[in-house]
Design a protein around this ligand. Structure first.
Ligand code: NDP
Ligand code: HSE
Length: 435
Protein backbone atom coordinates (compact mmCIF):
# COMPACT_ATOMS: atom_id res chain seq x y z
CA UNK A 1 0.00 0.00 0.00
CA UNK A 2 1.36 3.45 -0.90
CA UNK A 3 2.50 5.56 2.02
CA UNK A 4 1.96 9.31 2.32
CA UNK A 5 4.50 10.75 4.78
CA UNK A 6 3.14 13.03 7.49
CA UNK A 7 5.26 15.26 9.74
CA UNK A 8 3.71 16.91 12.79
CA UNK A 9 4.84 20.21 14.29
CA UNK A 10 3.34 20.36 17.79
CA UNK A 11 2.16 17.61 20.12
CA UNK A 12 -0.17 19.55 22.41
CA UNK A 13 -3.96 19.33 22.69
CA UNK A 14 -4.66 19.11 18.95
CA UNK A 15 -1.44 17.29 18.01
CA UNK A 16 -2.24 14.52 20.52
CA UNK A 17 -5.73 14.19 19.06
CA UNK A 18 -4.32 13.85 15.54
CA UNK A 19 -1.84 11.15 16.59
CA UNK A 20 -4.54 9.27 18.52
CA UNK A 21 -6.85 9.26 15.49
CA UNK A 22 -4.07 8.23 13.08
CA UNK A 23 -3.19 5.30 15.37
CA UNK A 24 -6.66 4.19 16.48
CA UNK A 25 -8.47 4.66 13.13
CA UNK A 26 -5.58 3.59 10.92
CA UNK A 27 -7.44 0.74 9.21
CA UNK A 28 -10.59 2.75 8.66
CA UNK A 29 -8.61 5.63 7.12
CA UNK A 30 -6.65 3.24 4.89
CA UNK A 31 -9.82 1.59 3.65
CA UNK A 32 -11.23 5.01 2.73
CA UNK A 33 -8.02 6.46 1.29
CA UNK A 34 -6.48 3.43 -0.39
CA UNK A 35 -3.11 4.42 1.05
CA UNK A 36 -1.61 4.83 4.48
CA UNK A 37 -0.87 8.08 6.31
CA UNK A 38 2.56 7.29 7.72
CA UNK A 39 3.61 9.41 10.69
CA UNK A 40 7.30 10.24 10.13
CA UNK A 41 7.98 12.93 12.75
CA UNK A 42 6.48 14.69 15.74
CA UNK A 43 8.22 17.93 16.73
CA UNK A 44 7.76 19.28 20.25
CA UNK A 45 9.74 21.24 22.84
CA UNK A 46 9.56 19.26 26.06
CA UNK A 47 10.64 15.63 25.72
CA UNK A 48 9.59 14.82 29.30
CA UNK A 49 5.93 15.89 29.14
CA UNK A 50 3.32 13.10 29.17
CA UNK A 51 1.05 13.45 26.11
CA UNK A 52 -1.35 10.63 27.00
CA UNK A 53 -0.57 8.89 23.68
CA UNK A 54 2.20 6.31 23.29
CA UNK A 55 4.45 6.95 20.30
CA UNK A 56 7.73 5.41 19.17
CA UNK A 57 10.56 7.55 20.57
CA UNK A 58 12.30 7.52 17.16
CA UNK A 59 9.45 9.69 15.77
CA UNK A 60 9.98 12.49 18.26
CA UNK A 61 12.28 15.48 17.72
CA UNK A 62 12.82 18.88 19.26
CA UNK A 63 14.04 20.18 15.89
CA UNK A 64 11.17 21.19 13.57
CA UNK A 65 13.67 21.60 10.71
CA UNK A 66 14.01 17.79 10.63
CA UNK A 67 10.29 17.68 9.77
CA UNK A 68 10.09 20.38 7.12
CA UNK A 69 13.31 19.24 5.38
CA UNK A 70 12.72 15.48 5.35
CA UNK A 71 12.18 14.27 1.75
CA UNK A 72 9.96 11.46 3.09
CA UNK A 73 7.45 13.96 4.48
CA UNK A 74 4.74 14.81 1.95
CA UNK A 75 2.45 16.77 4.29
CA UNK A 76 3.53 19.00 7.19
CA UNK A 77 0.90 19.55 9.88
CA UNK A 78 1.47 22.79 11.81
CA UNK A 79 -0.08 22.62 15.30
CA UNK A 80 2.32 24.86 17.20
CA UNK A 81 0.07 27.92 17.10
CA UNK A 82 0.97 31.63 17.16
CA UNK A 83 2.71 33.66 14.50
CA UNK A 84 6.36 32.73 14.65
CA UNK A 85 8.06 30.27 14.30
CA UNK A 86 4.85 28.68 12.89
CA UNK A 87 4.91 30.93 9.82
CA UNK A 88 8.61 30.32 9.16
CA UNK A 89 8.13 26.54 9.27
CA UNK A 90 5.05 26.67 7.03
CA UNK A 91 6.82 28.80 4.41
CA UNK A 92 9.88 26.53 4.56
CA UNK A 93 7.70 23.44 4.11
CA UNK A 94 6.03 25.07 1.09
CA UNK A 95 9.41 26.05 -0.35
CA UNK A 96 10.43 22.39 0.02
CA UNK A 97 7.36 21.37 -2.02
CA UNK A 98 5.38 19.98 0.90
CA UNK A 99 1.65 20.31 1.39
CA UNK A 100 0.59 21.95 4.64
CA UNK A 101 -2.29 21.38 7.03
CA UNK A 102 -2.81 23.88 9.85
CA UNK A 103 -5.32 24.74 12.58
CA UNK A 104 -3.71 28.13 13.11
CA UNK A 105 -6.45 30.71 12.52
CA UNK A 106 -4.44 33.52 14.14
CA UNK A 107 -1.65 33.03 11.61
CA UNK A 108 -4.01 32.68 8.63
CA UNK A 109 -5.98 35.79 9.64
CA UNK A 110 -2.74 37.76 9.69
CA UNK A 111 -0.63 36.19 6.95
CA UNK A 112 -3.05 33.97 5.03
CA UNK A 113 -2.63 35.81 1.71
CA UNK A 114 1.15 35.38 1.83
CA UNK A 115 0.85 31.68 2.74
CA UNK A 116 -1.84 30.93 0.15
CA UNK A 117 0.13 32.77 -2.57
CA UNK A 118 3.33 30.89 -1.74
CA UNK A 119 1.44 27.59 -1.86
CA UNK A 120 -0.25 28.46 -5.15
CA UNK A 121 3.10 29.43 -6.75
CA UNK A 122 4.67 26.18 -5.58
CA UNK A 123 1.65 24.06 -6.56
CA UNK A 124 1.04 22.65 -3.08
CA UNK A 125 -2.11 22.56 -0.96
CA UNK A 126 -3.00 24.28 2.32
CA UNK A 127 -5.66 22.54 4.41
CA UNK A 128 -7.18 24.62 7.21
CA UNK A 129 -10.47 22.90 8.07
CA UNK A 130 -9.58 22.85 11.79
CA UNK A 131 -9.00 26.60 11.90
CA UNK A 132 -12.72 27.44 12.08
CA UNK A 133 -15.39 25.59 14.05
CA UNK A 134 -13.23 22.81 15.56
CA UNK A 135 -14.69 19.49 14.40
CA UNK A 136 -17.47 20.95 12.22
CA UNK A 137 -16.63 20.78 8.51
CA UNK A 138 -17.39 24.47 7.89
CA UNK A 139 -14.60 25.34 5.47
CA UNK A 140 -15.26 22.41 3.16
CA UNK A 141 -19.02 23.03 3.34
CA UNK A 142 -18.63 26.62 2.13
CA UNK A 143 -15.92 25.90 -0.47
CA UNK A 144 -17.53 22.74 -1.85
CA UNK A 145 -20.98 21.83 -0.51
CA UNK A 146 -22.31 25.37 -1.02
CA UNK A 147 -20.21 26.22 -4.09
CA UNK A 148 -23.39 26.97 -6.08
CA UNK A 149 -24.46 29.72 -3.72
CA UNK A 150 -23.88 33.39 -3.32
CA UNK A 151 -23.53 33.74 0.47
CA UNK A 152 -25.85 36.45 1.78
CA UNK A 153 -25.32 36.06 5.50
CA UNK A 154 -23.23 34.22 8.08
CA UNK A 155 -24.10 34.07 11.79
CA UNK A 156 -21.60 32.07 13.79
CA UNK A 157 -20.89 30.97 17.31
CA UNK A 158 -17.22 30.40 16.56
CA UNK A 159 -15.45 30.44 19.91
CA UNK A 160 -15.97 27.45 22.20
CA UNK A 161 -14.38 29.08 25.25
CA UNK A 162 -16.57 32.21 25.10
CA UNK A 163 -19.68 30.13 24.49
CA UNK A 164 -18.76 27.88 27.41
CA UNK A 165 -18.35 30.90 29.69
CA UNK A 166 -21.62 32.58 28.60
CA UNK A 167 -23.55 29.29 28.94
CA UNK A 168 -22.30 28.65 32.48
CA UNK A 169 -22.91 32.28 33.53
CA UNK A 170 -26.44 32.19 32.09
CA UNK A 171 -27.62 28.77 33.21
CA UNK A 172 -25.68 28.17 36.41
CA UNK A 173 -24.86 31.69 37.55
CA UNK A 174 -21.15 30.78 37.65
CA UNK A 175 -18.49 33.48 37.89
CA UNK A 176 -16.63 34.49 34.73
CA UNK A 177 -13.13 33.75 36.05
CA UNK A 178 -14.06 30.29 37.43
CA UNK A 179 -15.55 29.20 34.11
CA UNK A 180 -12.56 30.49 32.16
CA UNK A 181 -10.29 28.29 34.31
CA UNK A 182 -12.53 25.26 33.55
CA UNK A 183 -12.36 25.99 29.79
CA UNK A 184 -8.57 26.23 30.00
CA UNK A 185 -8.38 22.88 31.81
CA UNK A 186 -10.53 21.27 29.12
CA UNK A 187 -8.06 22.42 26.43
CA UNK A 188 -10.51 24.81 24.71
CA UNK A 189 -8.73 28.11 25.34
CA UNK A 190 -5.94 29.64 23.28
CA UNK A 191 -2.42 29.95 24.70
CA UNK A 192 -3.42 33.58 25.35
CA UNK A 193 -7.07 33.36 26.54
CA UNK A 194 -7.52 37.09 25.84
CA UNK A 195 -8.00 35.97 22.24
CA UNK A 196 -11.07 33.95 23.31
CA UNK A 197 -12.52 36.47 25.75
CA UNK A 198 -12.00 39.62 23.71
CA UNK A 199 -13.50 38.21 20.52
CA UNK A 200 -10.15 38.13 18.70
CA UNK A 201 -10.22 34.38 18.02
CA UNK A 202 -13.79 34.60 16.67
CA UNK A 203 -12.70 37.56 14.52
CA UNK A 204 -9.75 35.53 13.17
CA UNK A 205 -12.23 32.83 12.19
CA UNK A 206 -14.69 35.29 10.66
CA UNK A 207 -11.81 36.81 8.65
CA UNK A 208 -11.09 33.37 7.15
CA UNK A 209 -14.79 32.72 6.45
CA UNK A 210 -15.18 36.12 4.75
CA UNK A 211 -12.36 35.27 2.35
CA UNK A 212 -13.74 31.91 1.32
CA UNK A 213 -17.38 33.06 1.26
CA UNK A 214 -16.87 36.26 -0.76
CA UNK A 215 -13.50 35.73 -2.51
CA UNK A 216 -11.90 38.73 -0.80
CA UNK A 217 -8.32 39.08 0.50
CA UNK A 218 -7.69 38.39 4.18
CA UNK A 219 -8.38 41.59 6.16
CA UNK A 220 -8.56 41.05 9.91
CA UNK A 221 -8.44 44.78 10.69
CA UNK A 222 -11.73 45.33 8.85
CA UNK A 223 -13.67 43.09 11.27
CA UNK A 224 -15.24 45.04 14.15
CA UNK A 225 -14.33 43.12 17.32
CA UNK A 226 -15.73 43.29 20.84
CA UNK A 227 -15.46 40.53 23.46
CA UNK A 228 -17.45 39.21 26.42
CA UNK A 229 -15.31 40.52 29.28
CA UNK A 230 -17.83 43.28 30.14
CA UNK A 231 -20.91 41.01 30.18
CA UNK A 232 -22.32 41.11 33.74
CA UNK A 233 -24.65 38.76 35.65
CA UNK A 234 -27.02 41.75 36.03
CA UNK A 235 -27.41 42.13 32.25
CA UNK A 236 -27.82 38.38 31.83
CA UNK A 237 -30.68 38.51 34.36
CA UNK A 238 -32.43 41.41 32.58
CA UNK A 239 -32.02 40.05 29.06
CA UNK A 240 -33.59 36.75 30.16
CA UNK A 241 -36.64 38.72 31.35
CA UNK A 242 -36.89 40.28 27.86
CA UNK A 243 -36.79 36.80 26.25
CA UNK A 244 -33.21 36.91 24.95
CA UNK A 245 -30.08 34.81 25.30
CA UNK A 246 -26.59 36.24 24.90
CA UNK A 247 -24.04 34.81 22.45
CA UNK A 248 -20.70 36.00 21.12
CA UNK A 249 -21.77 36.14 17.47
CA UNK A 250 -19.61 36.53 14.39
CA UNK A 251 -21.83 38.14 11.76
CA UNK A 252 -21.42 39.00 8.11
CA UNK A 253 -24.02 40.21 5.63
CA UNK A 254 -23.57 41.02 1.97
CA UNK A 255 -26.07 43.51 0.51
CA UNK A 256 -24.33 43.44 -2.89
CA UNK A 257 -22.76 46.87 -2.35
CA UNK A 258 -20.67 46.18 0.78
CA UNK A 259 -20.12 43.60 3.50
CA UNK A 260 -20.84 43.82 7.22
CA UNK A 261 -18.24 42.02 9.33
CA UNK A 262 -18.49 42.13 13.10
CA UNK A 263 -17.95 40.09 16.27
CA UNK A 264 -19.63 41.18 19.50
CA UNK A 265 -21.85 39.95 22.32
CA UNK A 266 -25.32 39.75 20.79
CA UNK A 267 -28.81 39.21 22.14
CA UNK A 268 -30.82 36.70 20.15
CA UNK A 269 -34.36 35.49 20.81
CA UNK A 270 -34.27 32.62 23.33
CA UNK A 271 -36.13 30.40 20.83
CA UNK A 272 -33.69 31.01 17.92
CA UNK A 273 -31.77 27.91 16.82
CA UNK A 274 -28.42 29.48 17.67
CA UNK A 275 -29.66 30.19 21.21
CA UNK A 276 -29.63 26.45 21.91
CA UNK A 277 -25.95 26.10 20.98
CA UNK A 278 -24.34 25.78 24.39
CA UNK A 279 -21.07 25.03 26.19
CA UNK A 280 -18.10 24.57 23.82
CA UNK A 281 -20.32 23.78 20.85
CA UNK A 282 -20.10 26.00 17.77
CA UNK A 283 -22.56 26.59 14.96
CA UNK A 284 -22.69 28.51 11.72
CA UNK A 285 -25.99 29.65 10.26
CA UNK A 286 -25.48 30.30 6.55
CA UNK A 287 -27.86 32.10 4.19
CA UNK A 288 -27.27 31.01 0.59
CA UNK A 289 -29.23 32.39 -2.36
CA UNK A 290 -29.95 28.93 -3.80
CA UNK A 291 -30.04 26.60 -0.81
CA UNK A 292 -31.79 28.94 1.64
CA UNK A 293 -30.75 28.65 5.28
CA UNK A 294 -28.34 25.98 6.52
CA UNK A 295 -27.08 25.53 10.06
CA UNK A 296 -23.97 23.46 10.83
CA UNK A 297 -23.49 22.50 14.46
CA UNK A 298 -20.94 20.53 16.46
CA UNK A 299 -18.02 20.56 18.90
CA UNK A 300 -16.03 23.74 18.33
CA UNK A 301 -12.84 23.01 20.25
CA UNK A 302 -10.86 20.33 22.03
CA UNK A 303 -8.46 17.53 21.27
CA UNK A 304 -10.50 14.94 19.38
CA UNK A 305 -12.96 17.18 17.44
CA UNK A 306 -10.12 19.39 16.21
CA UNK A 307 -7.99 16.32 15.50
CA UNK A 308 -10.87 14.98 13.40
CA UNK A 309 -10.82 18.13 11.24
CA UNK A 310 -7.03 18.00 10.83
CA UNK A 311 -7.15 14.36 9.72
CA UNK A 312 -9.94 15.19 7.25
CA UNK A 313 -7.51 17.64 5.60
CA UNK A 314 -4.76 15.02 5.59
CA UNK A 315 -7.02 12.58 3.78
CA UNK A 316 -8.20 15.28 1.36
CA UNK A 317 -4.65 16.31 0.44
CA UNK A 318 -3.56 12.65 0.23
CA UNK A 319 -6.45 11.85 -2.13
CA UNK A 320 -5.39 14.71 -4.40
CA UNK A 321 -1.75 13.55 -4.31
CA UNK A 322 -2.81 9.99 -5.20
CA UNK A 323 -5.00 11.11 -8.13
CA UNK A 324 -2.53 13.74 -9.38
CA UNK A 325 -5.20 16.34 -8.67
CA UNK A 326 -3.35 18.73 -6.36
CA UNK A 327 -4.98 22.18 -6.41
CA UNK A 328 -8.33 20.79 -7.60
CA UNK A 329 -10.10 23.06 -5.11
CA UNK A 330 -8.32 26.45 -4.71
CA UNK A 331 -7.23 27.18 -1.12
CA UNK A 332 -9.66 30.07 -0.72
CA UNK A 333 -12.37 28.46 -2.85
CA UNK A 334 -11.88 31.09 -5.62
CA UNK A 335 -9.36 31.08 -8.45
CA UNK A 336 -6.46 33.24 -7.17
CA UNK A 337 -6.91 35.90 -9.91
CA UNK A 338 -10.60 36.20 -8.96
CA UNK A 339 -9.86 37.23 -5.36
CA UNK A 340 -10.82 40.93 -5.20
CA UNK A 341 -11.24 43.43 -2.37
CA UNK A 342 -14.77 44.56 -1.46
CA UNK A 343 -15.86 47.40 0.81
CA UNK A 344 -16.32 46.30 4.43
CA UNK A 345 -18.75 48.55 6.30
CA UNK A 346 -17.69 50.42 9.41
CA UNK A 347 -19.61 49.58 12.61
CA UNK A 348 -21.01 53.13 12.54
CA UNK A 349 -23.07 52.19 9.48
CA UNK A 350 -24.84 49.39 11.36
CA UNK A 351 -28.61 49.59 11.84
CA UNK A 352 -29.98 47.23 14.42
CA UNK A 353 -31.99 47.00 17.65
CA UNK A 354 -30.21 47.67 20.94
CA UNK A 355 -30.36 46.76 24.62
CA UNK A 356 -29.33 49.65 26.89
CA UNK A 357 -28.88 49.59 30.65
CA UNK A 358 -28.65 53.07 32.14
CA UNK A 359 -27.53 53.57 35.73
CA UNK A 360 -29.24 56.72 36.92
CA UNK A 361 -30.17 58.55 40.08
CA UNK A 362 -33.62 57.62 41.35
CA UNK A 363 -35.46 60.93 41.05
CA UNK A 364 -38.36 62.35 39.04
CA UNK A 365 -37.70 63.34 35.43
CA UNK A 366 -34.79 60.96 34.82
CA UNK A 367 -36.63 58.79 32.30
CA UNK A 368 -37.87 61.80 30.34
CA UNK A 369 -34.33 63.24 30.15
CA UNK A 370 -33.00 59.96 28.74
CA UNK A 371 -35.88 59.39 26.34
CA UNK A 372 -35.66 63.03 25.20
CA UNK A 373 -32.03 62.59 24.12
CA UNK A 374 -32.81 59.28 22.42
CA UNK A 375 -35.73 60.92 20.58
CA UNK A 376 -33.55 63.77 19.31
CA UNK A 377 -31.24 61.13 17.79
CA UNK A 378 -34.15 59.31 16.10
CA UNK A 379 -33.84 56.32 18.45
CA UNK A 380 -37.25 54.92 19.17
CA UNK A 381 -37.94 52.87 22.28
CA UNK A 382 -39.63 49.47 21.97
CA UNK A 383 -39.87 48.66 25.67
CA UNK A 384 -38.52 49.96 28.95
CA UNK A 385 -38.24 48.50 32.45
CA UNK A 386 -37.18 50.45 35.47
CA UNK A 387 -35.68 48.10 38.04
CA UNK A 388 -35.32 48.44 41.81
CA UNK A 389 -32.53 50.45 43.38
CA UNK A 390 -29.15 48.79 43.72
CA UNK A 391 -27.03 49.08 46.85
CA UNK A 392 -25.46 52.41 45.91
CA UNK A 393 -28.75 54.08 45.11
CA UNK A 394 -28.53 53.95 41.29
CA UNK A 395 -31.55 52.67 39.37
CA UNK A 396 -30.97 50.36 36.44
CA UNK A 397 -33.22 51.47 33.56
CA UNK A 398 -33.29 48.82 30.87
CA UNK A 399 -34.47 49.63 27.34
CA UNK A 400 -34.89 47.77 24.09
CA UNK A 401 -34.96 50.00 21.02
CA UNK A 402 -36.38 49.63 17.55
CA UNK A 403 -33.83 49.62 14.73
CA UNK A 404 -31.47 52.55 15.12
CA UNK A 405 -28.22 53.72 13.57
CA UNK A 406 -25.05 52.89 15.51
CA UNK A 407 -23.55 56.33 14.84
CA UNK A 408 -26.66 57.99 16.34
CA UNK A 409 -26.63 55.57 19.28
CA UNK A 410 -23.01 56.46 20.09
CA UNK A 411 -23.79 60.19 20.07
CA UNK A 412 -26.91 59.75 22.20
CA UNK A 413 -25.19 57.57 24.81
CA UNK A 414 -22.27 59.95 25.04
CA UNK A 415 -24.74 62.78 25.85
CA UNK A 416 -26.65 60.64 28.35
CA UNK A 417 -23.49 59.51 30.12
CA UNK A 418 -22.54 63.15 30.66
CA UNK A 419 -25.84 64.01 32.42
CA UNK A 420 -25.54 64.77 36.14
CA UNK A 421 -28.07 61.99 36.89
CA UNK A 422 -25.88 59.35 35.21
CA UNK A 423 -24.13 57.13 37.77
CA UNK A 424 -22.20 54.87 35.40
CA UNK A 425 -21.43 54.31 31.73
CA UNK A 426 -24.43 52.96 29.82
CA UNK A 427 -24.25 49.30 28.82
CA UNK A 428 -24.96 48.70 25.13
CA UNK A 429 -25.59 45.26 23.64
CA UNK A 430 -26.66 44.79 20.02
CA UNK A 431 -29.67 42.63 19.20
CA UNK A 432 -29.95 40.37 16.17
CA UNK A 433 -33.42 39.15 15.32
CA UNK A 434 -33.20 37.68 11.84
CA UNK A 435 -36.35 35.64 12.22
P1 NDP B 1 -0.89 23.51 22.59
O1 NDP B 1 -0.27 24.66 23.28
O2 NDP B 1 -1.62 22.50 23.39
O3 NDP B 1 0.22 22.75 21.72
C1 NDP B 1 1.25 23.39 21.05
C2 NDP B 1 2.33 22.39 20.76
O4 NDP B 1 3.35 23.01 19.98
C3 NDP B 1 3.02 21.82 22.00
O5 NDP B 1 3.17 20.44 21.87
C4 NDP B 1 4.38 22.50 22.02
O6 NDP B 1 5.39 21.68 22.54
C5 NDP B 1 4.62 22.66 20.53
N1 NDP B 1 5.54 23.74 20.22
C6 NDP B 1 5.45 25.05 20.50
N2 NDP B 1 6.51 25.72 20.00
C7 NDP B 1 7.28 24.82 19.39
C8 NDP B 1 8.49 24.88 18.69
N3 NDP B 1 9.14 26.03 18.51
N4 NDP B 1 9.02 23.74 18.19
C9 NDP B 1 8.38 22.56 18.35
N5 NDP B 1 7.21 22.43 19.00
C10 NDP B 1 6.68 23.54 19.52
O7 NDP B 1 -1.84 24.12 21.48
P2 NDP B 1 -3.16 23.49 20.84
O8 NDP B 1 -2.90 22.09 20.45
O9 NDP B 1 -4.33 23.80 21.69
O10 NDP B 1 -3.30 24.39 19.54
C11 NDP B 1 -2.53 24.19 18.40
C12 NDP B 1 -3.10 25.03 17.25
O11 NDP B 1 -4.43 24.60 16.99
C13 NDP B 1 -3.20 26.53 17.55
O12 NDP B 1 -2.98 27.24 16.36
C14 NDP B 1 -4.66 26.70 18.00
O13 NDP B 1 -5.14 28.00 17.78
C15 NDP B 1 -5.33 25.70 17.08
N6 NDP B 1 -6.61 25.20 17.54
C16 NDP B 1 -6.75 24.72 18.81
C17 NDP B 1 -7.95 24.19 19.22
C18 NDP B 1 -8.15 23.64 20.59
O14 NDP B 1 -9.30 23.26 20.90
N7 NDP B 1 -7.14 23.56 21.43
C19 NDP B 1 -9.10 24.13 18.29
C20 NDP B 1 -8.84 24.65 16.96
C21 NDP B 1 -7.63 25.16 16.61
P3 NDP B 1 5.44 21.26 24.10
O15 NDP B 1 4.17 20.50 24.34
O16 NDP B 1 6.64 20.40 24.22
O17 NDP B 1 5.49 22.53 24.86
N1 HSE C 1 -9.81 28.64 21.62
C1 HSE C 1 -10.65 28.20 20.58
C2 HSE C 1 -12.08 28.17 21.06
C3 HSE C 1 -10.25 26.84 20.10
O1 HSE C 1 -12.30 28.23 22.28
O2 HSE C 1 -12.99 28.12 20.23
C4 HSE C 1 -10.99 26.39 18.86
O3 HSE C 1 -10.63 27.15 17.75
Amino acid sequence: MRKIGVGLLGFGTVGSGVVKILLENRQLIESRLGASLALKWIALRDLEKDRGVAVDASLVTTDPKMVVNDPEVDIVVELIGGYDPAKTFILKAIENGKHVVTANKALLAAHGDEIFSAASRKGVEIGFEASVGGGIPLIRSIKEGLVANSIQGLYGILNGTANYILTKMTDQGEAFSDVLKEAQKLGYAEADPTFDIEGIDAAHKLTILLSIAYGIPIDFEAVYTEGISKVTPLDIKFMKEFGYRIKLLAISKDDGEAIEARVHPTLIPADAMLASVNEAYNALYIQGDAVGNVMLYGPGAGMMPTGSAVVSDLVDVARNILRGAVGRVPSMGYQPDEVKARRIKSIDELETEYYFRFSAEDKPGVLSKISGILGRHQISIKSVHQKGRDLVGAVPIVMITHEAKEAAVKEALSEIDQLDIAKDKTVLIRIEDWG
